[in-house]
Design a protein around this ligand. Structure first.
Ligand SMILES: [Cu+2]
Length: 191
């Protein structure tokens, strides 16, 4: 009996430790990509009000799960929601129609998949400066041209890394980003 209890305890502990909380800075002007993530069942999204304007976090009528913070005001206000069902959850702010995003919930993903599905760069094509957003904090990036020659590299800056490439020739490049053991490569066009 004791043995079985311990086994169940371990099972619960292993399951619980796999769940993750992800942060969104919920503010006027947030872009759709910055408000959209692909997570897995059991993960929690946490929206933090980072301006002094009233907002809500409210699921759309076609959302897989229903969630609604109500309209709240004040920098530092938080709303968290744990997603338990696989599905697509478009949501937005009831006050600002252009504050919107989609939380896509999948069956448990590998860490590699989770990282790769949540790295984005914009604008693309880019003239001077582009931003890499990622679910996990970036450690480093490197940029190679199509012949594989390294043309730039540097350290990451948390979940938002801005990179200036006005000195590069126009054309296609491959941006490789790393976070811990995770790595992903994205295509970038310099115009
Ligand atoms: Cu709002």
């Amino acid at each position: 009996m004791k043995k079985i209890n311990f086994f169940i305890f371990c099972l619960i502990a292993a399951f619980a430790s796999a769940q993750t909380t992800y942060d969104v800075n919920w503010q006027v002007g947030i872009s759709v990509p910055d408000a959209s993530f692909t997570i897995e069942q059991g993960d929690t999204m946490r929206w933090t009000w980072t301006d002094a304007v009233p907002h809500s976090v409210t699921s759309d009528s076609g959302s897989q799960e229903d969630f609604d913070s109500g309209i709240l005001t004040g920098a530092g206000t938080e709303f968290s929601y744990t997603f338990l069902q696989e599905g697509i959850n478009p949501y937005g702010c009831d006050v600002h129609s252009n504050m919107e995003g989609t939380i896509t919930v999948e069956a448990p993903l590998s860490i590699d998949d989770k990282f790769a599905k949540n790295v984005r760069l914009y604008p693309n094509p880019v003239a001077d400066i582009f931003t890499i957003t990622s679910l996990y904090q970036l450690d480093a990036y490197s940029i190679n041209d199509i012949s594989g020659r390294n043309v730039a590299q540097g350290v990451g800056n948390g979940n938002f890394t801005e990179i200036e490439i006005s000195n590069l020739n126009t054309g296609m490049y491959f941006v490789t980003v790393t976070s811990g053991d995770q790595q992903a490569t994205l295509r970038l066009v310099k115009k």
